[in-house]
Design a binder for this molecule. Structure first.
Ligand code: DGL
Length: 264
């Protein structure tokens, strides 16, 4: 089974891409919805919360977990990998998105939109410049977007107005690629694209992560053979089950799912 871990519902945008690219595998999705959002929290708290998630997967004997959450990937991934590498394989989303951006930005001018914690960590800038030191990376925190999307307000004019304000500075930096560095932002992909204009490439981050993981599995047959393949999906939340089910129909565009509650 492939496990996906997120601070809440947002990672469902990543799962959606995985189901498209790698449908034959079994999936276990855990959202720490009781404690979402992680984005405004301190690195210490993000580390502590995400560590509890990883310990849960270890107890469940899961061989591999993909941290779908940008905030956890940016702030805590290295810490988690170092501490638990002998018990579980942990992959994040920052590296595949950084690789994509470094490879595809012709002008080498890349924008990153994310939570406060993701942007403050500088993780995208570090990873992109490791791959290509000539790249300019401009970060923009968009802290109001997660609550607006979670209120199902993403198609309201108020949200578009806030987004335009956030993107104003990125527009002046003449970027050619914008990475949506937050699980929720693909829900606003069309709005991001419209505001940034046709000259800026705004790819779907879930599709990039799923394609990169497909490639990873081809390069690591020893891991691939540990993953069960019955095409099943299991959803767990630390928060309210009904609210998770309601959200999943928005994030997965209509698909009804069954969710169980767990404690971390
Ligand atoms: N999953 C988070 C991310 O991708 C967004 C929600 C949160 O702040 O916890 O950054």
């Amino acid at each position: 089974m492939i496990a996906l871990f997120d601070s809440g519902y947002g990672g469902l945008t990543v799962l959606k891409s995985f189901l498209k690219v790698l449908p034959k595998y079994d999936y276990l999705y855990l959202g720490d919805s009781a404690r979402v959002p992680y984005g405004p929290r301190s690195p210490e708290t993000i580390q502590k919360f995400s560590e509890e998630g990883i310990q849960f997967f270890i107890k469940e004997k899961v061989p591999l977990v993909i941290v779908a959450c940008n905030t956890i990937s940016a702030v805590a991934l290295r810490y988690l990998q170092k501490k638990y590498s002998d018990q579980i394989k942990i992959l994040g989303v920052v590296r595949p998105l950084a690789e994509y951006a470094a490879k595809n930005s012709a002008k080498k001018r890349i924008g990153i939109a994310g939570t406060r914690a993701t942007i403050a960590s500088g993780a995208y800038k570090t990873e992109i410049q490791k791959l290509d030191p000539a790249c300019e990376v401009i970060g923009q925190a968009c802290p109001l977007l997660v609550p607006l999307i979670e209120e199902n307000w993403h198609h309201k004019p108020e949200t578009r107005m806030i987004l335009r304000k956030y993107l104003r500075s990125l527009k002046t930096h003449n970027i050619d690629t914008l990475i949506l560095g937050c699980t929720h932002y693909p829900m606003l992909q069309k709005e991001f694209q419209k505001i940034m204009g046709a000259r800026v490439h705004v790819p779907n981050p879930g599709d990039i992560v799923a394609a990169s993981f497909e490639d990873y599995l081809q390069r690591h047959p020893e891991i691939e053979k540990k993953l069960t393949k019955k095409g099943t999906q299991k959803f767990l939340t630390t928060g309210d089950v009904d609210r998770f089910e309601e959200f999943s129909t928005i994030f997965l565009e209509g698909t009804k799912i069954n969710v169980q509650k767990i404690a971390l």
